[in-house]
Write a protein that binds this ligand. Structure first.
Ligand SMILES: C[S@@+](CC[C@H](N)C(=O)[O-])C[C@H]1O[C@@H](n2cnc3c(N)ncnc32)[C@H](O)[C@@H]1O
Length: 364
């Protein structure tokens, strides 16, 4: 795909990608605008495009700016939001500047547009935020392919724990060319990152491996699969954070788009799924959650975890506390002991149980 046809009209998977970005950004800003220890929030849209398609569909650059404005208007605490937009296409940057000129920007928000390639800009960004303590930084990285964004660069951006990354990758292209002799150097780097020598049997394994590798690198990571309806190509959004609450918000956003198993766009956007099948998929996904919890506990020397660790496991598996509550209600598959006299909650779904060790769980 080239940049010209991309901005004719966004396809469905692009719309869903942007919906996920917009909804996550809204949650992210609302939490940070309320957090006492933060005074500046940076949003970097590093492959920002020109703001709109020819037919007026809103792209990530305008989403970033508009979401910053609407969130800042709700929370009046004086914090700065800086939106950094960059794209290597000069004509796109000019068009974007023209569109931005008609938007009234409040005093506590700054918007900059730079005509720069990702590679040339990334070093500056890393050093700019190296020593900042009271700021948070979100990177939205939405290239056409995978060549411009090698994993090492993404890990470098994540060196600062105050940063979060949302990265869009064309998984089908990675899968298709992974064994090709014409593979380019970045593809080789992705292959090394995934620790694979050949092509996995299943394309979705690529999504799994990339997510797991970010997690092994010490981060909270998640993913969401997008399908191009016209040509069946698959894409994925990867999320990388240093913070379990960040991943919880990403998971909430995914589950709002795919209420069946929080993993991909296809269900609600390709027509109705027969309700009994949808319910079967949902239950299978909850089974997966209870099995992962059991596996996690079995691997522990004392075969026991508290509610904080349980919350961590649930979030890392791409689920939410309410999913654990649901499987637990159906079948209490773990033994439990309260470490508090306040036994009104059996579960991890209440806010306070994420922070204080109040319950111990072990295998039946
Ligand atoms: C998929 S489009 C991004 C769309 C945009 N996020 C939106 O929602 O409107 C990819 C963009 O990356 C730009 N681009 C391509 N290679 C780039 C690079 N190396 N550095 C920065 N921008 C690049 C293209 O000009 C194009 O606008």
């Amino acid at each position: 795909m080239n940049s010209d046809s991309f901005f004719d009209s966004f396809s469905m998977h692009t719309e869903v990608k942007l919906k996920l970005y917009n909804e996550y950004l809204q949650k992210y800003l609302r939490i940070l605008l309320n957090a006492d220890y933060i005074n500046t929030i940076h949003i970097y849209d590093l492959f920002c495009g020109k703001g709109e398609t020819d037919g007026g569909q809103v792209g990530s650059a305008l989403i970033s700016v508009k979401q910053a404005i609407s969130s800042a208007c709700i929370y009046t605490k004086s914090k700065r939001i800086i939106v950094h937009l960059s794209d290597k296409n000069k004509a796109f940057c000019e068009e974007l500047k023209f569109r931005l000129a008609s938007i009234a920007i409040p005093a506590n928000i700054e918007v900059s547009v730079q005509c720069k390639g990702f590679k040339d800009e990334v070093g500056n960004i890393i050093s700019r935020h190296d020593h900042e303590k009271n700021s948070k930084v979100l990177f939205f990285i939405d290239p056409y392919g995978y060549k411009d964004t090698p994993p090492k660069t993404l890990l470098d951006l994540k060196q600062n724990p105050n940063t979060e990354i949302m990265l869009f990758l064309p998984v089908s292209f990675i899968y298709r060319f992974i064994d090709s002799p014409k593979s380019n150097p970045t593809l080789y780097k992705w292959k090394t990152f995934m620790s694979i020598t050949g092509r996995p049997k299943d394309l979705l394994k690529i999504v799994d491996l990339i997510t797991k590798r970010f997690s092994l690198a010490g981060f909270y990571s998640g993913s969401f699969i997008l399908n191009n309806q016209q040509n069946s190509n698959k894409y994925a959004i990867f999320f990388v954070s240093s913070n379990v609450y960040g991943l919880e918000k990403f998971n909430e956003t995914k589950w709002a788009i795919d209420p069946i198993d929080g993993s991909q766009m296809c269900r609600n956007f390709t027509g109705e799924v027969i309700p009994s099948i949808a319910e079967e998929w949902r239950l299978a996904s909850l089974d997966k959650l209870s099995n992962s919890i059991k596996e996690h506990i079995s691997a522990k020397p004392n075969k026991m975890i508290d509610n904080i660790e349980l919350y961590d496991v649930v979030i890392r598996q791409g689920f939410l506390p309410r999913h654990f509550n649901e499987v637990w209600k159906k079948k209490p598959f773990l033994k439990r002991e309260f470490l508090t006299s306040k036994t009104r909650s059996n579960y991890i779904g209440y806010d306070y149980t994420k922070r204080d060790p109040l319950v111990k769980f072990w295998l039946q």
